[in-house]
Ligand binder design. Structure first.
Ligand code: MRU
Length: 339
């Protein structure tokens, strides 16, 4: 498969190159980011998105805090501390972002205390985070594919493929590997209101990979299940609490309830970097609230009165009791969950 690379170092090595996902599926536009501010803007505006991908972008973005004039010392660590705080707060729900920039700051502290060239060490660490994610995606795909029988019709939500990660994805990785194994798989992709990651991004990726995909509006998912057209649901995660409660794109919770009602297995797939043992249950997860205009006029045209109040959480929490199994790079985890 021709793997999409949503994040990489820029060609001259001085910046971070992202595939601007706001432009898809109409145009494939790559942008080079050269400052911490630009990286934070790209993360907030969803030019780069998906829990693993924003972690990688945040890690690479930390290297942009330094101009190379100083190799280590107090001033370098102050600048890195500021960049860390700024990037970490760009989006609150996906734990991968905090996990990645915390790891970068720890590594910088160690390098600084040894008098090493901090920026060089950080570039190496960010590359490692990207490569580790690529390897974890492959493992998730292999474990996840074992849950997908030949001939399955898989319902998914948001985008959890190559665009959301450093590799082939998480929930969609399971589909990609199942197809590699020769299985015939059909995917139903929820449109995913309000920013349409399912119809704009998952459908684009799946078409590129030659996998049969059908887009449906989110409100049609329960009726598709009732019509006996879904064999299993496979979704991603932004943060998995110690008890298995899972935050993911808004609408995931409703999908899990509908799946339970219809007796359809509901699987979550995520890398180790999405598990947050410090968060005991889903009730502790900070849910990002986004702009009202994403709902009132997300793609230009008014779709609600311009001044109407809007409820626009970016994520919801699916209780562990609705999840059949959680797939990670370490294997398939069954309830009761304890991470
Ligand atoms: O707001 P987004 O597009 O960043 O939300 C992404 C999701 O909810 C994904 O399902 C999740 O990050 C997993 S991506 C492998």
């Amino acid at each position: 498969m021709d793997v999409i690379q949503p994040i990489a170092w820029s060609r001259d090595g001085t910046g971070v190159r992202v595939l601007d996902q706001r432009e898809l599926p109409a145009r494939e536009v790559y942008r080079d980011l050269h400052t911490v501010d630009e990286v934070c803007d790209a993360i907030r505006a969803l030019a780069v998105r998906g829990a693993p991908a924003i972690g990688i972008a945040g890690a690479m973005g930390m290297t942009l805090a330094l101009d190379g004039a100083e190799r280590c010392g107090e001033e370098v660590m102050i600048r890195l501390g500021e960049a860390h705080a700024q990037i970490r707060s760009a989006r609150p729900t996906a734990v991968n972002l905090a996990w990645a920039v915390d790891r970068m700051l720890d590594v910088a502290r160690g390098a600084n205390s040894r008098g090493e060239d901090v920026i060089e060490v950080l570039r190496g660490e960010a590359t490692r985070i990207l490569e580790e994610d690529r390897a974890m995606c492959r493992k998730i795909g292999e474990h996840g594919a074992s849950l997908i029988p030949d001939g399955s019709r898989v319902l998914t939500h948001c985008n959890t493929g190559a665009l959301a990660t450093g590799g082939i994805g998480t929930a969609l990785a399971a589909v990609y590997v199942a197809v590699e194994q020769g299985k015939h798989i059909e995917v139903f992709a929820d449109e995913t209101r309000p920013l349409l990651q399912g119809s704009r991004l998952s459908a684009w990726e799946l078409e590129r990979a030659g996998i049969p995909a059908t887009v449906l509006v989110d409100g049609a998912a329960a009726s598709l299940m009732a019509a006996n057209k879904v064999d299993l649901c496979m979704v991603g995660a932004d943060r998995i609490a110690a008890n298995g409660d899972t935050a993911n794109k808004i609408g995931t919770y409703g999908l899990a309830i509908a799946a339970k009602h219809h007796g359809i297995p509901f699987y979550v797939a995520a890398p180790t970097s999405t598990f947050d043992a410090a968060t005991k249950t889903g009730a502790e997860i900070h849910i990002e609230q986004r702009s009202a205009d994403e709902v009132r006029c997300g793609f230009g045209a008014l779709t609600a009165p311009a001044t109407v109040d809007v409820y626009n959480p970016a994520f919801d929490v699916t209780p562990a009791s609705l999840i059949t199994a959680i797939v990670s790079d370490r294997g398939v985890h069954r309830p009761p969950f304890a991470f």
